[in-house]
Design a protein around this ligand. Structure first.
Ligand code: FAD
Ligand code: NAD
Length: 466
């Protein structure tokens, strides 16, 4: 029979810390997956549950379709359209035992083949109230595994820059999106009470996005779309004063694209009045301004203070503590800073039955959804065919990259491995971008909701509410 148990049911069995073997003595091996993102959910979808007892552990009870996350703060796409509850995937696994624990794995005890998990009082991302069924804070248990699949992803990196954690906002999880919207709306409301020319009004209407990778560029583009297409209609004087800055430490934005496309992207951003600061690294963040250092020549730099009302920090990611703790315990992982080193079969180096996929693994590939998804597909094939230890190595097939720039323009470099299929930028590419993203969405419910959000946008303004 299939079953979805929550951490709560498991914790009831244990007054103190207990070791839980998901399904003992049914002759099947226990596969434990950590994480409900691109790696974890793709693995869950493809694993043959008639052959393994499957347990998924994640503090996040939903999958998040990250490629459309930059569209949510301004309401181009609704937050609920791009998340899918874990249980919706789990209930489809009808041929065997599947459990879900809404909990955080705090330690991988590789010598004992267990993972310590802690209950997690889930905060409702759409409201202030906590989950009414929140679990007691200190409940903890050890889950036994025969095979562990670590897919815990990564977390935003501040590089230890002072003030970022306190004053900046990230865009990595769904709950970050309404926070950005709320701050921008409050700043608009406050600015509207101040006279034109007041420096405080100017500050409140300044949005700074730090990081010219795809997250930063797409977010800046979506914010500018909201200002140009919606805000301009009902608060034109405010809209014309909003200034978005995009700050990037390197000489180019979107450095994973060829130079022709990055130059085009820069041109589009500047045309839509986003101010680009290249070769500029933010070194400190204060409550109302940040300090940025621009390289003027090989020997010279210029320091500048940029006042801001809203600060979005998108400078990439770093490994989570559960991963760095494990790295410290395994000699074969010594010195690894970006994540768990894996071999050509995605097995964590130095361990026998632990695999890592997605952003928490270092397989020499970019930390993308595309990679995490393919790694999960490969590994489930190996598991389903009972080829553990004898399978062919993992081979990544690159399908290219896409990025939305705002103003209904996107850039794309579509490939099939080394073969170039399409390279371009503009309106047609924007429609290709939309079509491809729709095809990448991993549930029909989400796909339908995103399509209706886009259709709604053609007729009405964005939902931009607190
Ligand atoms: P995630 O998807 O981040 O999932 C990690 C999971 O682990 C989460 O469910 C988390 O809650 C859970 N977790 C965390 N800690 C623990 C713990 N201690 N115990 C158990 N579970 C834990 N890539 C592309 O290829 N194309 C794109 O267009 C694209 N757009 C993006 C846009 C944005 C805004 C962002 C932020 C990323 C984008 N990416 C894109 C990158 C892509 O999202 C990541 O590479 C991908 O999510 C990695 O998958 P993952 O499973 O490793 O991690
Ligand atoms: P990233 O690592 O790709 O980009 C971060 C950028 O921030 C870098 O260009 C870096 O030079 C810059 N930076 C770092 N510190 C800085 C500082 N102090 N001041 C100014 N700039 C600084 O991060 P991301 O954009 O969040 O992307 C993360 C991963 O997710 C990447 O692998 C990316 O390909 C993937 N992703 C893909 C898409 C897409 O395909 N459309 C969208 C979003 C993310």
């Amino acid at each position: 029979s299939s079953g979805i148990s929550s951490f709560k049911t498991a914790a009831k069995k244990s007054t103190t810390q207990a070791t839980l073997s998901s399904y003992s003595n049914n002759g099947k091996k226990n596969v434990v997956i950590l994480g409900s993102g691109w790696g974890g959910i793709s693995f869950l979808q493809h694993i043959d549950e008639s052959k393994y007892n499957v347990t998924l552990i994640s503090p996040r009870p939903h999958f998040l379709f990250t490629p459309l996350l930059p569209s949510t703060p301004v309401g181009t796409v609704d937050e609920k359209s791009i998340i899918e509850p874990v249980v919706n995937f789990a209930v489809k696994k009808t041929k065997g035992n599947v459990s879900y624990y809404e909990a955080q794995a705090t330690k991988i005890n590789h010598a004992e083949n267990t993972v310590t998990i802690k209950s997690f009082s889930h905060v409702n991302p759409f409201g202030a109230s906590k989950n009414p069924e929140s679990i007691k804070k200190n409940d903890s248990a050890d889950i036994k595994y025969d095979y562990l699949i670590s897919a815990v992803g990564a977390e935003p990196n501040t590089f230890g820059i002072p003030g970022v954690e306190k004053h900046g906002m990230f865009l990595k999880e769904i709950e970050h999106s309404p926070k950005i919207r709320k701050q921008f709306i409050e700043n608009i409301e406050r600015a509207n009470l101040l006279p034109k020319g007041d420096p405080e009004r100017k500050r409140l209407l300044t949005l700074v996005v730090v990081g010219g990778g795809p997250t930063g560029v797409e977010t800046a583009g979506e914010l500018q779309d909201y200002v140009d297409q919606d805000l301009k209609k009902y608060l034109p004087s405010i809209a014309e004063e909003v200034q978005i800055h995009l700050i990037e430490a390197l000489p180019v934005i979107l450095n994973m694209f060829e130079s022709k496309l990055t130059s085009y992207a820069q041109k589009v951003l500047e045309q839509t009045s986003i101010k680009l600061h290249l070769k500029t690294a933010v070194s400190e963040v204060k409550e109302t301004y940040l300090v940025a250092k621009t390289k003027v020549s090989d020997t010279e730099s210029k320091l500048e203070e940029i006042p801001y009302g809203t600060l979005i920090w998108a400078t990439g990611n770093k490994p989570r503590s559960i991963v760095t703790d494990l790295i410290k315990e395994i000699p074969e992982q010594e010195g690894s800073r970006r994540g768990l080193l894996v071999d050509e079969h995605l097995k964590v180096k130095g361990l026998n039955n632990v695999y890592a996929i997605g952003d928490n693994a270092v397989a020499g590939l970019a930390p993308t959804a595309q990679v995490a998804h393919q790694e999960a597909e490969y590994l489930t094939k190996v598991f389903n065919k009972n080829q553990i230890g004898s399978a062919k190595p993992f081979k990544y097939l690159h399908y290219g990259a896409l990025a939305y720039l705002g103003a209904e323009k996107a850039i794309a470099n579509i490939t099939y491995g080394k073969r170039q299929l399409y390279t371009g930028g503009g309106l047609i590419t924007f429609y290709i971008w939309r079509l491809l993203y729709l095809s990448m969405i991993i549930s029909w419910r989400s796909r339908f909701k995103v399509m209706s959000d886009w259709f709604k946008l053609a007729l009405f303004k964005r939902d931009f509410f607190k």
